[in-house]
Every structure is written in C-alpha cells, then in structure tokens.
Design a protein around this ligand. Structure first.
Ligand SMILES: Cc1ncc(C[n+]2csc(CCOP(=O)(O)OP(=O)(O)O)c2C)c(N)n1
Length: 932
C-alpha cells in the first residue's frame, strides 16, 4: 500500500492501519511504515523507528487531513491557477484551503513533509513547506489537469514530471535570448502585415504568440526522438504565422498572396483551379537539417474538419505497406499535431469523432498532440455561450487525455507544457492536450470591431503588454542582459520583412498549388484483364486456410462452391463479392497495398464479403488477403467506428499522404455518407480545385430502390453530380461483377497516373443475383466499359424505335421483366459511368440505332434526384434533336422514396412498364413519364 496513491484517504482506514503498525511495524509495507515512523516521535517524544505508544487520534486526523489537502491541490489546484493573462479571478475550490480540512498553518508546520510525498516533500522542513511548494506547482500559471487519467503509471509519471519541475529551468534550461528573438519575430510579422495591409484579414496570432515556440519545442524534441513526419492541422487563427515560421513558407509568397495578383488566373481556370484564401493554404517543408518532414494540411473554413484528415495522414506516414500480410505501423516515426479553437473544440462534433479514433486498432497514431489556441472568444461568443464544460478542453477528459492549461503570457510555463506533452506522448504513445490560454488582440478578424460586444475585455487588451514585452521585462528584472537590446531585435526582424516587400514580384512569387490534369485517355486505356489461369491460381490461394481452422458451417459450404467458379470459363459463376476479392488479390499481387474500412466491412453489411473469418471454436481470426502468398503488398481491413465524417476524413488524409495505396471506404448504406457532407464538399470533391490535392480513394455506396424506405434506398448520386466539374471525380453505377472487377483494377492502375476519387453505387439484393454475375472469361478479357450496349437490341438495330438509357439496378428490373420479350422495338443501354459523362461511347452507341425515334432516361429516383437533372442537358446536346427525350422515373419528391414496400412495388412495376411499353399510360402514384 502506498498512502500517496490515495485520493481522499479515509481516516478510519488509516487509524486501523496505524494500529496494525503499532502492534507490528513489519505488518505494513515500507512506504507506509516510513510515514508512520515520522508520526510517532512528534506525539510520543521518542526517537523514530519504534512503535511506542498509541498516536493521538487528533494527530492522526491532522496527518490524514494534511495528506488530503495535498491530494486536493494535486487534483483541483488548476482551479486556482492564474491561467488567464487578462487576470480574471480563478474559480478556486474550497478543498484547496487548509481550514476546509480542519488544519491551521501551525498544524502543518508540526507535521512531517513526507506525508505530502513526491518531489515537493524532498528537503522540505515540514508539511507546510511542502504544501507551499505544491501550490507553486499546481496553482501558478499552469493548471495540471490529469486526475481523470485512469492508468496509475501515467498519472504517477505526470505528477512526478510536474512536481519535480522536470521540464523547466534549471532542470531543463531555456535560452532566454533565443526565445526573445523568436517571439519578436512572431510579433514583428503581425505588426508588419497590420501596417502594410491595414484592415486585410490575417487572423493574427497576437495574444497567443507562444503557439509558435510551443510548436518549435515539440517539433525539435520529436525530430531528435526519431519522428520523420509531423503533420499539422489548424484553423485560421495564427495560421499565417505558423506557415511562415514553422512551415518556412517564404515571406515573399505570403506577401504576394496579400497583393492578390490577377493576370495569371486565366490558365489556372483552364485547369479547373479556383484556389483558396491565403489562410486556408497548406504547405510542406523539411526541418532540423532534413531529419523531419513537416506538412500543414490545407484547411477549409469548416472548423475542426481537418482533424481526422491530419490524423489519417499521420497514420499513413507511419505505416509500412510494401510487404505481404498486415501493414506495420510505427507511432515512433509519425506525429500529428492539431491546433483547435476554444469555441470550435467543444462545439464541433467531428472533434469527438476524431478523438474516438485515437485508440482504435487501424486508426491509432501513437498519440496526437492537441493545442487549443484559446483566446477565450469564438467570434463574438463568450465561453459561457460556447461550452457546458468547465474548460474549453472538457471533452478530452472523457478520452482520458492529460490536459495542461497554461497562461500564454508565461513563456517558461508554455515551454514546459510543450516539453511535457512531447515527453508524455513519446513514453505512452497517447494523446495529450495543451490548453493555451491567451486573448485576441483584435476583433475576430482585423476589420472587425470587438468592443461592440466585448467592451470590457478590449479595454483590458488595449493596455495589455505583449508577451515579448513581458519576457523582455522579465529578463531585465532577473538581471539577464540580453545579447541584443529588445528594440534592436525588433528592428532586425522588421528589416527582413521590409526587404521582402521591396523585392516582391507578386506575379512570380505567387505559387499556386495546381494539380496537373492526366494525359487524355489514360483511364480508357488501363489494362485490367487477368488471364483465367492466373485467376484460378489466385482463387485457390485465397481459399487456403490455416491448419485446423474451424470455419462456420454455412461459410464452409460457400467456400466449397467458390472452389468451382473457374471450372467453366464461360459460365456466370463470379458474383459481386468474389469479383471484389479477386480484384483486391490481383491488385496486391501487382504490388499495390489495399486498405478497406467502413462500418462492418469485415463481414459486409449484407454478409457478402467475409474478408475476416472467425474460427467457430476459438474465435481466432483469419484474413485470407493477408495470408495470400502472391501478394507483394499489405492488406488491411477494419470495421470502422460508427462515424462517417471523421471516418471518411481519416481515409482521405491517409489517401493523400500515401497516394500509391488503394484506400476504400464502404458505407453501411449509401445514404449514410451524407453524414460526411463537409468532408466530401470541402476535401474530396473540391480539394483539387482549391488546393491542388489529388485524392483517389474509393467510396462503395450501396444504392438501389428495393422497398426499404426513404433511408436505405439512395446514396444520393445527385449530390456527387452537383459537385462534378473539371474532371474532379468518377461516379459509377455498374451492373456486373466483371465491370466491378475491372473498375477496381482500373482505379488501382490510375492511382498515380490519373488520380480521382471514385464513387461506386453498389448493389444490395443484387449482390448474389445471377443477372449481375459474370463469367471468368469476362474478367480475363476487356476492360471497364462506361457504356454497355444492348446486345440483343444491337442484333435488331433496325427495329429499334425507343432507346432506354439507364444505370444500375433498374436495368436488372427491366431485363427480368415479363414485358421485356414483347418490347422488341426497345433497346436498353446502360450508362455505367455517370461522370465523367461518357460522351464518346454514348454517341457511338446511339449512332447505331438509326431508326430510333425516342430516347428515354429511366431512373428509380425522383425527378429532382438521381442523375436525370445532370444528364438532361448533356443528352439533349448529344441527341441534337434526332429524337425527343423522355423522362421516366418517380415524380419530384421531398423524400427519396416511399416508406411502404407495397407502394414501392407498385411504383417500380409502373416504371418498368412505362419504359418497355411505348405510349402506355401506367397508373402509379409516384411515377411519371413525360416528354421533354
Ligand atoms: C463549422 C463552422 N461554423 C461556423 C464558422 C464561422 N466561424 C468562423 S471563426 C468562428 C469562431 C471560432 O472561434 P474559436 O474556435 O474560438 O476560434 P478563434 O477564431 O477564436 O480563434 C466562427 C463561428 C466556421 N468557420 N465553421
């Protein structure tokens, strides 16, 4: 038993323990004995070491109280810490006062320091002196908030580091001149921009200047410890300063962005480039003599949305994937650093979603360092309007993340917080949070008047010295003569900026991050076929299982069937899931790693995939694609937590960091992807136009109208089509297993040559449908086709009057309909790729139907959803008046589909009848057919 470990020690228990010690000193452990030995002489007046007589209950009570006081300070001291630079009165807590524990100063002076324990007690003459030392640690300008950490070893380590002042001078020195120089540089940058570009938005860091030295400290320590990639994510506040001084973005480039030159825009627009405001830009650089790569992810205005992206980037940077089996992750070489806003951190749900990834297998980064750039305001909102927790950081407590609240005006405390954060992360490979508490020198932006809403705060800010001034004064007060006078340092930094401005050539210095488009036609030429013999061999290898592995009975039967899929190359034996597994296997055999995630993907929502098998007797897992002997790269598959926004953000980050790996995310049902609308809009579909990013991840989105109601029918393809422009994505709704096989292989082949995000609308009930299955020969020949013509219709092309264009599952409804045989004048053409619009293939196909007098666009979705509104102008242009265009589908609706399965059937049948029977008027409540 170690008394120090007790929080709120129970006096009765200690009495009992003491009684035991008195009877026999050896009956208690050494640490306890040591404490009791010190109690005894004070009371009994006899030398220590002997269990003489009973200690007075009063003394014992006081000893327990002293101990409890110390523990209260350790636990609640942060509530009394001076962490606000503007000097607001700390909340305090009654448990921090000796009187609350029935103690006076005199009592504490009578008690031994060893009762308090830890480094504060070392050399202290009494409990009182030790308590005062503790107060210095816990109630000064740092608030250590770690009592919620559940792992005793971590708590002990944190406590010792704080109380021993391990990361402060003199134990860990700070170069005072270097620090003065750095914070002068930071301030000079803001002041220079303020003067040169008055009123222009820059989201100044002033009031939180110590953010940059904190980053310096972390990055320097991390590089020394072997971190090779540090990935940063942050919002607008202080971003330009961090870009300039941490990411080493040249002043000239930043100044050129302020000048905003216009004439080079034309050719950028030709490439679909829109650019973005300067405080959203990302950057990459090397630091510490090239030992560490630093990257700042570009950031949209949507606060905190970048969090999972950065964490995903860090995961990718720390993962080795070039060998067969599971990839190897090393948190010792990669470090994500997230800088949050104090209103955004508690307010934006994606923060919680990202924190929830931190300890999950497949997502863990070895610890993310979080810094809340806490200026105690969110635009105009006050803390009491922004969060229900006591601190902006409250959410982190639930994730057992140690927190340090630190006053941004105390450079020593800030540097200590940075060192502590890194050291904790290095040792325990867990997240750590620094709540850097400062203020905002100007309004939300520099054109904003903050005194409208915060008159008192801004009165205080107006006369508040900068941290540079505070540090310079502190040096002077402590007798340190700076190497260069503070004013001279300021002049020197100003001169550098002035020179950069003088030499500026905005048009040349402006460096837009533009993604070059791929060479035309690359996608269409990708070779994706795999010979049957090779596929057979791969299939056999995938069916191997560990000796003695007990497969579930039903799965065993399916595997047996699978062993025969290559018996006849012309027979349609390959279903969707088999095509997928064969595609992944061949991609791995080609040397491209695969990462597959999503809710329940290991088995598959529809029990179709079984990427992971569980031994029926032991539960032990077996992942065939990891044991696959032909693989030349790693395979990983993870059931994701129940998140879309952070889960997709993470995969996006992983993908852009390591673009040569195939990253696939699958939605439980396609519509659930709308929980990630921010990530889709801000990163996936527009990241190329704004920031020159080239994502290539795959989204598998189950989509089809099967009577499951408004929420499991549509993956909302209209949303992707609305965002589609300048060749920024691929959207596919393919209808055969072979098409899916070729599509996945094409995506893998294009990862580096023509990277685009790929959205695939995938089947649900059709996963095992014979109409969707393909023959081995179809995998062994050809490639992905963006348009599939009607083979039978082609044979009787001269008879065809109506050409029905459709996509996805409704095609199967048509060809399996009883009315199909009678509709001899109808050809059914599948538009397998919706975007990029397959203009050439479709024109060629339609040209074959010389007698056509009507083109129909058929879809299951309501008229205001699905692909119709996107397709209509393109088809009109393509048909050029050769034939009227007709729409057949559900009428405009607010909800994607009916909520009743019976009603659905009625409408679905009507759709099919309308499509196959020319001029038929089929009554159905929701379906419409109209000429355009
Ligand atoms: C998701 C989202 N909602 C609203 C905004 C508009 N907005 C921009 S900054 C801001 C205040 C942010 O406050 P805080 O997180 O404390 O950061 P600070 O600007 O104070 O550094 C708001 C509401 C936004 N950018 N993103």
């Amino acid at each position: 038993m170690n008394l120090d470990q007790f929080q709120g020690v129970n006096a009765g228990y200690v009495f009992e323990l003491y009684e035991r010690y008195r009877q026999n000193p050896d009956s208690v452990d050494a640490a306890t004995r040591e404490v009791f030995e010190r109690w005894t002489p004070t009371d009994a007046g006899t030398p220590a070491g002997a269990a003489t007589g009973p200690v007075s209950p009063d003394l014992l009570q006081k000893a327990v109280s002293a101990f409890n006081l110390a523990q209260s300070i350790r636990r609640y001291g942060h509530l009394a810490a001076q962490i606000d630079p503007l000097g607001s009165t700390p909340l305090g807590d009654p448990s921090l006062a000796p009187a609350t524990h029935g103690l006076s100063v005199g009592d504490l002076e009578q008690l031994p320091a060893s009762l308090i324990g830890g480094p504060a007690a070392e050399g202290a003459p009494s409990a009182h002196a030790a308590i005062e030392k503790l107060r210095e640690v816990y109630c000064s300008t740092t608030g250590y908030d770690y009592a919620h950490v559940f792992v005793p070893e971590e708590r002990q380590w944190l406590r010792h580091a704080a109380e021993a002042r391990r990361f402060r001078p003199p134990a860990d020195p700070i170069d005072p001149d270097e620090l003065l120089d750095r914070i002068t540089q930071i301030e000079a940058f803001e002041r220079f921009l303020h003067r040169t570009f008055p009123g222009k938005t820059r989201f100044s860091v002033e009031g939180l200047d110590m953010l940059v030295p904190i980053l310096d400290e972390i990055i320097c320590d991390a590089a020394d410890a072997g971190i090779r990639n540090a990935l940063l994510g942050m919002a607008h506040r202080g971003r330009l300063n961090v870009l300039a001084h941490i990411l080493q973005k040249p002043y000239a480039q930043i100044l050129a962005e302020f000048k905003d030159p216009i004439f080079t825009r034309t050719w950028r627009i030709d490439l679909g480039w829109t650019g973005d405001v300067k405080y959203h830009a990302g950057a990459r650089t090397q630091s510490r003599g090239g030992r560490i790569q630093l990257a700042m992810a570009p950031n949209p205005s949507h606060l905190e949305a970048v969090n999972p992206v950065v964490v995903g980037m860090a995961r990718a940077a720390g993962t080795t994937a070039n060998r067969q089996g599971a990839p190897q992750f090393d948190g010792g070489i990669t470090l994500p650093i997230l800088i949050h806003g104090d209103a955004a951190f508690p307010g934006q749900g994606i923060v919680a979603e990202t924190l929830n990834l931190s300890r999950l297998f497949g997502y863990d980064t070895g610890g993310t360092l979080h810094i809340i750039a806490n200026n105690q305001l969110g635009f105009t909102a006050t803390p009491s309007e922004s969060y229900s927790t006591s601190y902006a950081s409250g959410l982190a407590r639930g994730f057992k993340i140690p927190i340090v609240h630190v006053n941004a005006d105390d450079p020593v405390a800030c540097i200590e917080a940075a060192r502590l954060a890194w050291a904790y992360r290095a040792r325990f490979r867990r997240d750590f949070l620094i709540d850097l508490i400062g203020y905002r020198r100007y309004g939300h932006n520099e054109g904003d008047e903050p005194a409208f809403t915060q008159p008192l705060v801004y009165k205080a800010v107006a006369s508040h010295p900068t941290v540079r001034e505070i540090w310079a004064k502190r040096l002077a007060d402590t007798g340190h003569a700076p190497a260069t006078a503070p004013d001279e340092v300021m002049k020197r930094h100003f001169a550098v900026l002035e020179q950069a401005l003088e030499e500026l050539k905005p048009e040349e210095d402006f460096v837009p991050p533009i993604a070059e488009p791929a060479a035309p036609g690359i996608a269409g030429r990708a070779e994706t076929a795999v010979p049957v013999d090779r596929l057979r061999e791969i299939n056999e290898a995938l069916l191997a299982r560990p000796q003695g592995f007990a497969m579930h009975r039903k799965l065993d039967r399916a595997r047996e069937k699978r062993a025969h899929v290559f018996d006849n190359a012309a027979e349609r034996t390959i279903d969707w899931a088999t095509a997928e597994e064969l595609a992944f296997a061949t991609i791995l055999a080609d040397g491209t790693p695969v990462r597959l995630t999503g809710e329940d993907v290991e088995r598959g929502t529809f029990s179709q995939r079984h990427a992971v098998f569980h031994d029926a007797n032991t539960g032990k897992q077996f992942i065939p694609l990891q044991e696959f002997r032909h693989a030349r790269a790693s395979f990983e598959v993870h059931n994701s937590p129940l998140s879309e926004n952070a889960a997709i953000g993470f995969e996006f980050g992983y993908n852009v960091q390591e673009p040569a790996r195939l990253v696939v995310w699958e939605a439980q049902y396609g519509d659930f992807i709308n929980g990630a609308q921010v990530i889709l809009d801000e990163f996936v579909t527009s990241g190329r136009a704004k920031w020159g990013l080239t994502p290539s991840m795959v989204f598998l989105l189950p989509h089809a109208y099967e009577g499951q109601g408004p929420d499991h029918s549509s993956a909302r393809p209209e949303r992707f089509l609305q965002a589609a422009a300048d060749i920024n994505l691929r959207l596919v709704n393919c209808t055969t297993a072979a098409q899916y096989f070729h599509l996945l292989r094409r995506q893998a082949a294009l990862l580096e040559r023509d990277p685009l995000p790929l959205f695939v609308l995938t089947p649900k009930s059709l996963l095992r449908h014979p109409a969707v299955a393909s023959a081995p020969a179809e995998l062994a020949t050809g490639r992905f086709h963006s348009v599939l013509d009607d083979e039978q219709g082609r044979g009787r092309a001269k008879q065809i009057r109506r050409v029905v264009l459709c996509s996805g599952k409704v095609y199967v409804d048509l060809v399996t309909s009883e009315s199909r045989a009678a509709a001899q004048d109808v050809a059914i053409v599948r538009v397998e790729q919706l975007y990029p619009f397959p203009e050439v293939a479709l024109r060629k196909t339609l040209a074959g139907y010389t007698t056509m007098d009507e083109v129909v666009w058929l879809q299951e979705e309501p008229e205001n959803m699905g692909a119709w509104e996107f397709m209509r102008p393109l088809l009109e242009k393509l048909i050029e008046g050769r034939a009227p265009l007709r729409y057949i589908g559900r009428a405009r609706a607010a909800s994607p589909s009916e909520g009743s399965a019976a009603w659905h059937q009625l409408n679905q049948k009507a759709l099919v009848e309308q499509a196959l029977t020319r001029h038929a008027e089929v009554e159905a409540p929701l379906v419409m057919s109209k000429e355009i």
